[in-house]
Design a protein around this ligand. Structure first.
Ligand SMILES: [Zn+2]
Length: 66
């Protein structure tokens, strides 16, 4: 998934593994946005979870034993 930084206009991509992890974290915390740091200017960019979910591999809603 491509993320476009609104500050420096740099664009970079997030791996599916990262997206899956971020969506999982957001679900846990009931967040609607995931904060990702721009690899170029290091500012925090908010990415909508809804958008991330579309690119992330489907994650089963089963609870994981930890
Ligand atoms: Zn940037």
């Amino acid at each position: 998934m491509n993320v476009h930084c609104p500050y420096c206009r740099h664009s970079f991509s997030l791996t599916r593994e990262y997206l899956a992890y971020a969506v999982e974290q957001a679900d846990e915390k009931k967040q609607k946005y995931h904060a990702v740091e721009c690899i170029n200017c290091r500012k925090t960019i908010k990415v909508s979870i809804k958008q991330m979910r579309r690119f992330a591999p489907a994650v089963e809603q089963a609870e994981e034993a930890e």
